[in-house]
Ligand binder design. Structure first.
Ligand SMILES: Cc1cc2nc3c(=O)[nH]c(=O)nc-3n(C[C@H](O)[C@H](O)[C@H](O)COP(=O)(O)O)c2cc1C
Length: 209
């Protein structure tokens, strides 16, 4: 399986070269995230692709992760603060159209989603959205690996600063997790030649027949 070989090749890059990732590849990574699974299928997060150097410098303030501004592209996964009835309604409308169903054809699904989310607190909604965003992060990592694009998943950033600078709060979003994309500077990255450290498979995975 080519993916295993590529996953052995990838690592969380600390130091990137100046080489830019092509927009075609970035678009493929974004499409892979859009196509991945989400619980209830309602994609409760949005993806921001940021190249603007001034903005990125600001976003990196106070963080030990220089990859925030020193890489080709920065992806920000932003979870919903709340799953509103309006959003569920719009999403179900879109599904009905895309599946050529009559309007109201997915009413049972809509009603059950509306009930399910209304009994949760906004905090629970936001945590649930974060979990879905992390599935997107995993998919982006794998897509980048297949394209031989380097990537660094990061939680080491200031979420309040990100929400402010990117105007996420007024969009009903919050920064969940981020991912830089680019190409490794193998000569200057101390991790480029480090052997991958992982548990033995038998310790990591248990088979129950
Ligand atoms: C959710 C998440 C958050 C992470 N946050 C950071 C981070 O802030 N900075 C960083 O350099 N690496 C970060 N990493 C990378 C991990 O340290 C790295 O994946 C781990 O050490 C395994 O090494 P490898 O990915 O190079 O194989 C993060 C990884 C994940 C999955």
């Amino acid at each position: 399986m080519e993916l295993i070989k590529n996953l052995k090749w990838r690592y969380a890059v600390k130091k990137y070269s100046d080489e830019k990732v092509s927009e075609v590849k970035v678009a493929q990574i974004v499409e892979a995230v859009n196509l991945t699974a989400s619980s209830c299928g309602i994609q409760p997060y949005r993806l921001f692709v940021i190249t603007n150097p001034v903005l990125r410098k600001k976003l990196g303030e106070g963080s030990f992760n220089t990859q925030i501004y020193d890489s080709s592209h920065l992806l920000v996964f932003a979870g919903f603060n709340k799953i509103t009835n309006e959003y569920i309604n719009e999403y179900i409308d879109m599904m009905e159209k895309q599946r050529n169903l009559e309007q109201g054809g997915l009413k049972l699904l809509e009603d059950s989603l509306t009930e399910y989310f209304s009994i949760q607190t906004p905090e629970q909604n936001a945590i649930w959205s974060d979990k879905q965003a992390y599935i997107g992060l995993g998919t982006a990592l794998i897509a980048a690996t297949e394209l031989k694009v380097d990537a660094t998943p990061m939680e080491g950033f200031d979420p309040i600063l990100f929400d402010e600078v990117l105007g996420l709060t007024e969009k009903g979003l919050h920064a969940s997790v981020i991912l830089s994309l680019g190409y490794r500077d193998a000569e200057n990255d101390y991790l480029a030649s480090a052997k991958k450290a992982r548990l033995p498979i038998d310790e990591f995975s248990t088979r129950i027949n």
